[in-house]
Design a binder for this molecule. Sequence first.
Ligand SMILES: [Zn+2]
Length: 385
Amino acid sequence: MAALSEIVEVKEGETIILAPKTSVFNKIPPKSPVFYNPAAKLNRDASLRIYNAYASSTCSEITFGDALAGVGARGLRVAKECRGVAQVYLNDLNPKAIELARCAAELNGVSEKCVFTTEDTLLFLAEHSTPGKRFDVVDIDPFGSPTPFLAAALRAVKRGGLVSLTATDTAVLCGVYPKVALRRYGGLSMRCEYGNEVGARLLFGAAARLAMSLNAGIVPVFTQASRHYIRVYFTLEKGVLKAEENLTNIGYLNHCGKCGYREVGAQSNICPKCKAKVMNAGPLWIGEINSKSILEAALNLRAESSKPADKFLSLALGECGLPPAYYVVDRVADRLNVLTPSIEDVIARLRVMGFRAVRTIFNPKGIRTDASKEDVEEAILSLGK
Ligand SMILES: [Zn+2]
């Protein structure tokens, strides 16, 4: 254990976290094996709301498995701040991290709710993969890709249970290394204005393929992306019908880098608008990436209201029912060689034209709409002169 003077108490939400001083004040993740990332607070705030909404949608108290718990920033907050949680299992291979989590659990008065282990991640998940031992919620929050743990996570969650995954290999998922994405996630990533959405869809795609191989299907609940991570939530629904339903949500996103045309469906080569060669991303998840009912429930949990988390959840809710591939207004304006109009004006204009249009959670400069590329261009042209 590090010397006591190097450990600080951090208050996050209603929970006290014990963390090494260096990780709290350094912006770049330190090489220290025990790490706490204060920048992930918003991500954890939003996750707490989703877990709470999920817990209130089930009829009994839930169990939560935090497979890569670190110092317990997420697991301890779940134990302290989630209603309807019977037990939280915090596991990390690093005994120093788990020791800090154990001390923090005492400070927070949640020791009785918490079970601490220092198993290998896959072993921990395997030990919870038999009936009666499975979790209601499993979280996988590694450095890098969650794919090495994905199959084990799906086996360790109950029927209808919730899985949340974080990926920090954003360069791979967002199109810098498409071939690495292909072998890691089973689909090509793509460098384009909505590359982070492609990354999230690759994560769902990888989860869906594994679920289908287990005669199950996934139902996406919530999706969040930042420069440093992509985080997805889904429930696992068992049964061949669910698996077959998932198949219809796997496809490609084709994008023309020259004119900005994009389409969802089968792989294609030539842009139907300008005849340039198109890029293909996938196979990936082309269906809904958020659950309207869970997001509405999460937003109704006003008690633990955190304004930035509210904003994120509201953005995601607004995007429900709209197609993949958002538009970045200044990128479209650049292609058209006009001044960039304000996002609010473009959204208002598209609505006047009879379309749905909203801001997107993926990019503060982005809009998601059911308008075609031509209609988006018409709106921007009419405003950007
Ligand atoms: Zn084109």
